[in-house]
Design a protein around this ligand. Structure first.
Ligand code: OVM
Length: 405
């Protein structure tokens, strides 16, 4: 090897693949493997973005907010050049110092001690839901009847939403997660209905629309205390409504799918119900309901020997990092005996999911009731994926629930 080779950066692997094509969205695993094998940074020529498919670089980008900013948007669109589809989120699409006050308010509001008062209520709601589902016979769609139904019974009430229009929540979240991708047919599908979803959500963020005892009212109270401005409060409420429903729905979908396809793991959970929280995190690692997020390079960055230009969009494949064989033993296995901590399914660093304790509490409530009441979750048909530019999502999970003796 000539000596000068050692100083020359290795050529960047490139690919013209479309990670947002229907085929890849439906079955992303093969692409993830190919990109991980191609290198730590792969230039995706179709969108001119720099993809990170391996765990170390995804982790590094997530924890380096100075060089990988969120303020230019965390989707494909670069807010330096393109107008965002809605006012940017004060949490997700902001950097310090602007990010700090909204983050502090939500962190305290959604921290485990603040959620304790919800636990008993959510457990009894899970009991009633599981009762109702079992009373209709052994077969059900675990996605609609459980993964969708449970968050919709607990979360909008916890926020303090009124009774009308709640059917807008899922379509709005779906639209927001599609908006992180390119303007493909999934985005076009909402062109007509989208403004209506947005108008409804925005209207629910006002103080008058919210009950006096929910998360929403507490956000407005934080403005009274000077922790937020009155202009910020409705946008912080909007973050709860955007990020708090579809995410938990597809997270619960992931864990129910995991158990329907791994009966021995359900057996283990029933024997050791204290594993419910590990089960949820392992399912979030294994399926990664939020598959991707982007950052924007604030300077020329060299990462694993690859040069990323200033202003470039960087695509972090969370789902691929969560199955990187360099980080995880037998990564494609859903296994309650592993320690899934360190997965990047909730992100990492200053933007790590601020609602993760809410998601875990929902999962704990539903799974612990199911583990007591259901001996076996048997697949009863072909599960159907729902295509979304960001989420690994479901539309149907047909199962037969075998009641415990
Ligand atoms: C937000 C938000 C936060 C996380 C995820 C997300 C649509 C949105 O603050 O609006 O996805």
């Amino acid at each position: 090897m000539p000596p000068e080779t050692a100083h020359r950066p290795s050529p960047l692997p490139t690919s013209d693949v479309d990670p947002f094509s229907d085929e890849v969205l439906a079955h992303p695993d093969a692409l993830h493997q190919a990109l991980r094998e191609a290198g730590p940074v792969v230039h995706l020529t179709r969108y001119d973005v720099y993809a990170l498919p391996r765990y170390p670089q995804v982790h590094a980008a997530l924890t380096d907010w100075q060089r990988f900013q969120s303020g230019a948007g965390v989707g494909l669109s670069n807010f330096r050049h393109e107008k965002p589809w809605r006012r940017p989120s004060l949490l997700l699409e902001a950097d310090p110092p602007l990010h700090d006050a909204p983050r502090r308010v939500l962190r305290e509001l959604l921290a485990p001690p603040a959620l304790r008062r919800l636990r008993e209520q959510w457990l009894s709601t899970a009991e009633s839901l599981v009762d109702e589902v079992l009373s209709r016979g052994p077969e059900c769609d675990a996605f609609t009847a459980l993964a969708q139904a449970f968050p919709l019974r607990v979360f909008p009430d916890a926020v303090g939403l009124g009774p009308d229009g709640r059917e807008n929540l899922l379509p709005y979240g779906n639209m927001a997660f599609n908006a992180f991708g390119p303007a493909n047919h999934l985005v076009a599908a909402d062109a007509e209905r989208g403004p209506g979803f947005s108008a409804w959500v925005d209207a629910q963020c006002t103080r008058e629309a919210l009950s006096e005892d929910g998360f929403g009212a507490r956000i407005w109270a934080a403005a009274d205390c000077g922790e937020l401005t009155y202009e910020q409060a409705p946008l912080v409420v909007r973050s709860l409504l955007t990020a708090g429903v579809d995410t938990t729905v597809h997270g619960l979908g992931a864990v129910l799918y995991a158990f329907a396809t791994h009966p021995e793991q359900w057996h283990l959970l029933r024997a050791r119900p204290e594993l419910v929280r590990v089960a949820f995190d392992e399912a979030v690692r294994w399926q990664s309901p939020v598959q991707i997020f982007f950052r924007t390079a604030t300077a020329e960055v060299t990462i694993a020997g690859a040069r990323i230009p200033e202003g470039a969009k960087v695509l972090m494949f969370l789902g691929s990092a969560n199955r990187d064989p360099g980080r995880w033993d037998d990564p494609d296995r859903f296994d309650l005996r592993r320690d899934p901590s360190g997965h990047v399914g909730f992100g990492m660093g200053i933007h790590q999911c601020v609602g993760q304790h809410v998601a875990r509490l929902e999962a704990e409530a539903l799974l612990s009731v199911l583990a007591r009441r259901v001996q076996r979750i048997e697949r009863a048909g072909t599960p159907q994926r729902h295509l979304n530019n960001t989420m690994r999502a479901w539309s149907s999970l047909p199962v037969r629930l075998h009641p415990a003796g």
